[in-house]
Write a new protein. Structure first.
Length: 547
């Protein structure tokens, strides 16, 4: 007679999550049930806005103030929905930890990241500060933060998006929780770092028996990492089963569409006689301060003498590992970060312009930021956010005209007019990214720096957004700097690629040439890793404990 299966670590029954909004009640989760066994890795997948993250928020009792969860959520047999805030505080971080999708909203900008890892160790583990600091340093090494001693003293704003995500992962793993909820933990990470983080999570899963709920839109990771899968769409469970069964024999049309969605197409190169719209030379960005009598040298050379030429209608793809300087370079090109060097836009030397003189050009030089939640005002409705630029740069427009243009921009990025009175916290990460794209595009810019614009989007929406960006580019002769660690989307979007590492460009050329015949060893490794994540991780049986 076989032994009885152990009770689940997490057992959710008939979970419903509703949000009260000015336009009525929004049902984010509609009667979801799921369980997680001890030592099991369970993935929740689905398109942006399907309710994945709200399941995690409900489990930890951290829904937005206008949200309400009902049903049953039991952790080790204890009903979490019935606990007080004080009781939940004893569980959060110690027994259940979460890696949040948007690290900048979870890291305190006023404290060094080292202190933010040390604090939960002292609270939940009772460690001395010295012991907690040693443990925090080890954690930063585990999540592959370069120069961890220096990064212990860094503030979140001094780190790249991928580095901030790795700090969040270190914080979540600090107390070796029994259940880890990972909400899109690798979206901001290049594939080589993804593989390292997943191998770390897999070893904790195997060695400590830590259960993992992995929320993601990246089906390549799911196939390599998860034991079982729950597929969600618009708040409802569409399909569930063993990972191998879901991938080999999906039962629903929706699951089949998710599995089949990959970026398609390729962009033809721009002719060399097309005018250069933005030309930058010798761009240097240095953070920190030079040493003095009472101060250590805190300088960090993030971008080192980089040049970029962007032609009208061209898309330059900027790729490289997390922390390579991609986002810093993108901000420097628009003078959103202080830099040295020359930046010429349509004959104007941007570096020599005052902020007042630069303001009229902001309409033509736009950026979609990597962290949409950090760039969207939490106190403004979606409609106000999208039309804010119109109020500044097109003051002659009437309120009706602004509303019409803003609603049209939202429609073009796949959001219905019914969302206009909602606030950013009421949307998923992917939906917030679409709002950020709409905000930039409503101004009809000439140059757009897109910093990881699709990292928070599932593959089906990625295809839609990629097609949208192509259509806008064709219609308005837009020029893009497309920053991404996702080489599949870069290959589909860019006609020219620049590969960046440690602040310098190590290789550049036409997209087809870079992908088909890379000359630099780093570029070759990056491309091979990007398209062979499952091989990097090994088989599921090798890296994690199955149910």
């Amino acid at each position: 007679m076989s032994a009885a299966s152990p009770p689940p670590v997490l057992d959710i029954e008939d979970l419903k999550v509703d949000f009260d909004t000015p336009d009525g009640t929004v049902q984010a989760v509609k009667g979801m049930s799921m369980s997680v066994a001890p030592g099991e890795v369970v993935a929740i997948v689905g398109e942006s806005g399907s309710g994945k993250s709200q399941i995690a928020m409900s489990t930890l009792g951290i829904l937005a103030s206008n949200g309400q969860a009902s049903g049953n959520i039991r952790f080790q047999g204890q009903d979490l929905l019935g606990l007080s805030r004080r009781q939940m505080n004893d569980i959060r971080g110690a027994k259940i930890s979460m890696i949040f999708q948007e690290p900048m909203t979870s890291l305190d900008p006023l404290y060094p990241v080292g202190d933010q890892i040390i604090e939960p160790l002292m609270i939940h583990k009772g460690m001395s500060r010295a012991a907690a600091r040693s443990r925090a340093l080890d954690l930063l090494k585990q999540v592959q933060i370069s120069d961890p001693e220096r990064r212990m003293r860094s503030y979140p704003t001094e780190l790249s998006g991928g580095q901030r995500q790795r700090v969040m992962i270190a914080m979540a793993l600090a107390n070796e929780p029994e259940l880890l909820i990972a909400d899109e933990p690798t979206t901001a990470l290049d594939v080589t770092t993804q593989a390292g983080i997943l191998q770390l999570l897999a070893s904790l899963n195997r060695d400590l028996g830590m259960s993992i709920v992995f929320i993601t839109h990246d089906l390549g990771i799911v196939e390599a990492f998860a034991d079982r899968v729950y597929v969600m769409q618009r708040g409802e469970l569409k399909e569930t089963g063993k990972t191998s069964d879901i991938f080999e024999n999906p039962e629903t049309a929706y699951t089949r569409a998710l599995l089949a969605a990959e970026p398609e197409g390729a962009k033809s190169p721009i002719d060399d006689n097309v005018d250069i719209i933005l030309d930058a030379k010798d761009i240097d960005v240095v953070y920190g301060e030079a040493p003095s009598f009472l101060r250590k040298d805190t300088r960090f050379h993030a971008v080192k003498g980089v040049g970029v030429s962007l032609r009208e209608g061209q898309t330059v793809g900027l790729v490289g590992e997390s922390g390579s300087g991609k986002s810093t370079l993108g901000r420097a090109l628009l003078r959103l970060t202080e830099s040295t060097g020359n930046i010429v836009y349509l004959g104007d030397e941007l570096q020599s312009l005052s902020l007042g003189d630069l303001k009229p050009l902001r309409k033509e030089l736009q950026m979609v930021f990597q962290d949409p939640y950090g760039s969207l005002s939490p106190r403004m409705t979606v409609l106000d956010i999208v039309e804010e630029g119109l109020r500044t740069h097109s003051p002659h427009l009437s309120k009706e005209d602004r509303d019409a243009q803003a609603l049209d921009a939202l429609k073009k990025v796949g959001l219905d007019a019914s969302v206009k009175n909602r606030f950013p916290h009421e949307f998923s990460g992917g939906q917030r990214q679409r709002i950020a794209i709409a905000r930039a595009m409503v101004l009809r810019p000439r140059v757009v720096v897109l910093d990881e614009p699709t990292s928070a989007l599932d593959r089906t929406v990625q295809k839609e957004v990629a097609q949208l960006l192509r259509e806008l580019q064709s219609e308005f002769a837009l020029s893009y700097i497309f920053i991404s660690h996702d080489l599949a989307i870069v290959r589909a979007m860019a006609d020219y690629v620049m590969v960046m590492r440690e602040g310098v460009i190590v290789e550049e050329g036409l997209t087809e040439k870079i992908f088909d015949n890379p000359q630099n060893e780093y570029t070759r490794n990056l491309i091979e890793s990007s398209f062979n994540l499952k091989d990097l991780l090994g088989s599921k049986d090798d890296v994690a404990v199955g149910a």
